[in-house]
Ligand binder design. Structure first.
Ligand SMILES: C[S@@+](CC[C@H](N)C(=O)[O-])C[C@H]1O[C@@H](n2cnc3c(N)ncnc32)[C@H](O)[C@@H]1O
Length: 267
């Protein structure tokens, strides 16, 4: 087990168990899930790969990676989540921290950081996690990380003011997050300590460990549409949305205008 400490409120938040259904319980989650699958299936460098799913929680991504014929190893600091993932067919799961991966150099064809980077508030620690991912990836392999864009908290507050659900972020907090990125003082009932990044920050953190990254918008600005539910629930509307998102996914001027960003690099 790593020597690195995880902030107590992060562990407490994930011990509540809500993560398990996050990507399946509503249309917004489903859009994120389907887009993430679509992007990763195109980016993974082959079939039957050894994939390390760092911050994999209860295994939402490891489950389909195994079903696709890959050999996922999931690592997460929250032992309750790891226990759920360990029961999934074809998934190996262990407790650990992204900042100190308990694996030999070049052990995996792909290392996914789909969670850790936005929970590491200090730049130095995010770079450390990316460096660890790079160390564990084989030459020719993939390092891919998900981040939450800087505007996401502000958008949650705007949607609430326009009549939507209360995501627990006040006007003042949303502007502070917009300026500073640090979501540490956010209402812990809704989410937990996080750093909301601009795309260029993530690219520069990859560059610090020698990785030349390509960035992909996950939900894009359509993810901010208040009536998104209706669009995702309509098969024709959803297919149209997916096609358009593929068109704009790497457009630099749009990368930061959406909830999530995927940053990927070949090692
Ligand atoms: C929002 S969940 C994401 C789960 C899943 N990967 C997904 O994409 O839906 C973030 C996950 O990152 C994990 N995490 C937080 N800090 C971490 C760290 N330092 N190292 C590894 N995982 C971490 C949390 O325990 C949690 O399971």
């Amino acid at each position: 087990m790593s020597e690195w400490e995880l902030e107590r409120e992060i562990t407490a938040y994930y011990e509540r168990g809500e993560e398990r259904e996050r990507l399946t319980r509503n249309p917004r989650g489903r859009l994120e899930f389907v887009r993430m699958q679509d992007l990763l299936r195109r980016l993974l460098p082959g079939e039957g790969l050894d994939v390390l799913d760092v911050g994999g929680a209860t295994g939402i991504h490891s489950a389909w990676l195994a079903a696709d014929g890959h050999k996922p190893t999931l690592l997460d600091p929250v032992s309750d989540q790891v226990a759920v993932a360990a029961a999934l067919p074809g998934v190996t799961a262990l407790v650990g921290d992204a900042r100190e991966l308990p694996f030999e150099d070049a052990s995996f064809d792909a290392v996914l950081l789909m969670g850790p980077l936005y929970h590491l508030v200090e730049r130095e620690e995010r770079v450390r996690a990316i460096a660890e991912a790079r160390r564990c990836a084989r030459p020719g392999g993939l390092v891919a990380a998900v981040t939450i864009n800087r505007v996401a908290g502000w958008n949650d507050h705007l949607l609430f003011r326009a009549g939507g659900d209360d995501k627990g972020i006040s006007a003042e907090a949303s502007l502070r997050v917009l300026r500073e990125g640090d979501l540490r003082f956010f209402d812990q009932h809704m989410f937990t300590t996080a750093y909301l990044a601009h795309p260029w920050e993530v690219a520069s953190e990859f560059a610090d460990v020698g990785l030349d990254a390509t960035q992909y918008s996950v939900q894009g600005f359509p993810g901010f549409i208040p009536q998104l539910e209706a669009l995702v629930d309509d098969p024709a509307g959803f297919a149209h949305l997916m096609e358009g998102l593929r068109e704009i996914e790497t457009e630099p001027s749009l990368l930061g205008a959406g909830n999530h960003l995927l940053t990927a690099a070949k090692v």
